[in-house]
Design a protein around this ligand. Sequence first.
Ligand SMILES: [Ca+2]
Ligand SMILES: [Ca+2]
Ligand SMILES: [Ca+2]
Ligand SMILES: [Ca+2]
Length: 267
Amino acid sequence: MKTRNYRTARRILHLTSLFFGLLLLFGTATSLCAAVLIQSIGPQEASITIDNNTGEWGGLTAYQGDGFESLPEDWQSVTIAQDASKFFFRYGLNSNQTGYDAGGQTGAGALVGNFNLVLDTDQSRSSGWIGTGGAYGIGAEYLLSGASLYQYSGTGEDYSWTFVSSINASDNNIWDYELEITRASVGSPNAFNWFAWADSSSTDFYHNNASAGEASGTYFEYTATGGGGGPEGAVPEPSTIMLFGIGLGFVMGRRKHFSVLRNVLAH
Ligand SMILES: [Ca+2]
Ligand SMILES: [Ca+2]
Ligand SMILES: [Ca+2]
Ligand SMILES: [Ca+2]
């Protein structure tokens, strides 16, 4: 009887430890393959004035262009710069509709919420908005929606944002906008990750693969300090490595567990 109980217990322990070990290995191996950094730029110091004239941006480096996908609201390019207290954004936009502008078809030219850009200011996907089903490679804390700034107030996948402030943005109606926010208004990050999208009949993501999920979702980085923040995923977080190690230990060390159990049952 003792032998039969021992064998049954051993099988249960074997299957349980193997199950949890593989579960941990699978889960952490997935998170080790984090999102894909496309390009990192910064710091770019500049003196920018929001005045419908983008001449002062000429010497700055733009992120790689998104191209014209012939959508009603279409991202073309983004440039980011800074001074001691502000971050500056330059949006290059387009549309396949004649006479259409970023303010709608009114001709007013004011930037509207159809153009959205999110910032992951702690460069961690474990915090902030990751989209329904975890669609995005980054976890965003802040949203620039048109000329309004929002802070994430949801639990991860839900689209829930709290209004922070209006954004000082140009209204030049020529698809070339400049915006400014204070660095303090987004938590004064040393670096942040970002991607953008435009609402239209077929959403234009910038970068195109931004919604490819945790492992393959793409993003850009801006560094506000010389040292840079480092892309999420290049160096796994310590807790991830620890979980991976525990999973490996479960799978590799189950024989040790059996010998401990054998000694317990034998006495
Ligand atoms: Ca200007
Ligand atoms: Ca585009
Ligand atoms: Ca985050
Ligand atoms: Ca695109």
